[in-house]
Design a binder for this molecule. Structure first.
Ligand SMILES: [Zn+2]
Length: 395
C-alpha cells in the first residue's frame, strides 16, 4: 500500500530487523532441547530438528559465526563439512540472541532463557538500583550475582535430575560471577590448553550414563577483535579450533552427540569517520543522554529524566538508515530481547536501543578507549553477527 503523501517519511522500519528465533532456533533453546531428550523434568524440546542423545556435549567457540565458517572452507575443512548436515540435517544455523555478545549469549545458553528473562542485556547495562553502568562480562562494579540473575541454570536442573554435568573451560573463569550465573551446576574443571579441554570433555561425557558437558574456547574472538576476521592471526585460530573440534568428535563415547556452536559472529569495521561514529565527539548524539551502554553495534542509550523522546528522535535523525533505532518499548514489542521481560530487567534496557545495520560502529573514544580501537566487532542482528553454527556429530 502506498504511503499517504502528507505523512512524514518513516524512519527505518523496525520490522526489517531480523529478530532472533527465540523459542525455536536460538542459543537459549539448545540446552533445554538436549536435556528434554535426556528426560530431565520441566523441559520440552524446542529445536525440532535435534534427535535425543543420552550424552550431550556443547563446544562453544567464542566469536565463530556461521558466515565465517561458510567463507573459510580451506581453514576449517572439518567444521565446513558439517555445515550441510547441521541442525538435524536441515543445514541451517541458529540465532544468537540480541545483543549478539558473549555475556548475553553465555547466559542464554546456560539458563535456557532469552535476555529479557535472564537479565544480561548487553556488554554493559544500567543497574537501575545504582543508576550506574555495569559491565556484564567483567562484572564491574561487583553486583550480587544471585540478585542480578536469580533463575536456575539448565546445568543445575540437569544435575539435580541425575545427569552427570560438567563445564570444561579456562581455569580463569572458574570463580567468576558470569560463570556462576550462567554455568553453575555439576563440576567446573579448568584446563589451560584447548587440547586438554577436548580430552577432558570427552572423558566427562563418558563418565555418566546420561551426561551434559559444556566446553569453551575464547581466542577466535580475541584475535578477531584485535586484528580482524580478515587477518592471518584470526585464520590461524580458525585452523586451530577446526582441529580441536575434530579431536573432540573422534573421542565421543557411545550414544553421544556433540554440538559445535558459538556465541556470535563478527564483522570488521574500517577505520574511517563514516564507519566509526564517535559518541564522545558528537554533541547531537550526546544531547540528553545520561549513560551510554552496550557496545559499538548494539547500544543501550539511557536518557536524563524526561529526555527519552527527544533522544530517540535525535538518534533516528543522526543515524538514518545505518542503525535500527528503537525506543525501549518498541524494541521489547518487536521481540529483540525475547518473548518476556522480567520486571527487574526492564530498567536495564536503554530508553533507546540502537542496533547497527550497516558496517558501522558507535565508538566512545574517551569512555571506552580500548573497545573503540577494536577491528572486529559484534552485537547487532545482521546475519554475520547473529547467525551461529549448530554443527552436530554423533558417535
Ligand atoms: Zn567479542
Amino acid at each position: 500500500m502506498a504511503q499517504p503523501a502528507w505523512q512524514d517519511p518513516e524512519p527505518l522500519a523496525l520490522d526489517t530487523a531480523p529478530v532472533p528465533e527465540y523459542g525455536t532456533g536460538s542459543l537459549a533453546d539448545l540446552l533445554p532441547t538436549l536435556v528434554a531428550g535426556q528426560g530431565v523434568p520441566g523441559f520440552e524440546p524446542r529445536i525440532a530438528e535435534l534427535a535425543p542423545a543420552d550424552r550431550n556435549c556443547v563446544f562453544l567457540i567464542d566469536g565463530l559465526g556461521w558466515e565465517q565458517i561458510k567463507a573459510h572452507p580451506d581453514e576449517a575443512p572439518y567444521l565446513h563439512a558439517l555445515l550441510a548436515t547441521s541442525r538435524g540435517g536441515t543445514g541451517r544455523p541458529i540465532t544468537a540472541g540480541f545483543p549478539a555478545t558473549t555475556a548475553t549469549s553465555l547466559a542464554s545458553v546456560g539458563t535456557g532463557l532469552a535476555p529479557g528473562e535472564h537479565g544480561l542485556p548487553g556488554y554493559t547495562a544500567r543497574n537501575p538500583d545504582s543508576g550506574a553502568l555495569m559491565n556484564q562480562l567483567r562484572w564491574k562494579p561487583w553486583t550480587d550475582p544471585h540478585t542480578w540473575q536469580p533463575h536456575p541454570t539448565v546445568f543445575q536442573l540437569a544435575d539435580r535430575a541425575g545427569v552427570h554435568t560438567a563445564q570444561v573451560s579456562s581455569p580463569d573463569f572458574e570463580h567468576t560471577p558470569l560463570t556462576k550465573v550462567a554455568l553453575s551446576g555439576g563440576t567446573f574443571r579448568g584446563r589451560l590448553s584447548g587440547e586438554e579441554r577436548m580430552d577432558l570433555a570427552a572423558e566427562q561425557l563418558a563418565a555418566g550414563d546420561r551426561s551434559l558437558v559444556y566446553t569453551y574456547y575464547s581466542d577466535v574472538d580475541g584475535k578477531g577483535h584485535r586484528f580482524g576476521v580478515d587477518s592471518d592471526a584470526w585464520r590461524g585460530q580458525l585452523m586451530y579450533v577446526d582441529r580441536l573440534a575434530q579431536r573432540l568428535a573422534e573421542q565421543l563415547p557411545p550414544r553421544a552427540a556433540l554440538y559445535v556452536t558459538a556465541d556470535h559472529g563478527m564483522i570488521d569495521i574500517p577505520f574511517d569517520e563514516q564507519s566509526r561514529i564517535d559518541f564522545d565527539e558528537d554533541w547531537e548524539l550526546r544531547a540528553g543522554v545520561a549513560l551510554l551502554g552496550g557496545e559499538g553495534r548494539a547500544r543501550h542509550v539511557y536518557a536524563v529524566p524526561g529526555a527519552a523522546p527527544d533522544v530517540l528522535t535525535c538518534w533516528r535523525e543522526v543515524l538514518g538508515e545505518q542503525f535500527w533505532v528503537a525506543g525501549r518499548d518498541e524494541a521489547i514489542a518487536a521481540g529483540w530481547f525475547g518473548p518476556r521481560i522480567d520486571e527487574r530487567v526492564y530498567g536495564r534496557i536503554g530508553d533507546v536501543v540502537a542496533a547497527a545495520r550497516d558496517d558501522v560502529v558507535i565508538t566512545a573514544s574517551q569512555r571506552e578507549p580500548h573497545e573503540s580501537l577494536m577491528v572486529g566487532n559484534h552485537g547487532s542482528m545482521t546475519p554475520v553477527e547473529q547467525l551461529v553454527p549448530l554443527l552436530e556429530v554423533r558417535s
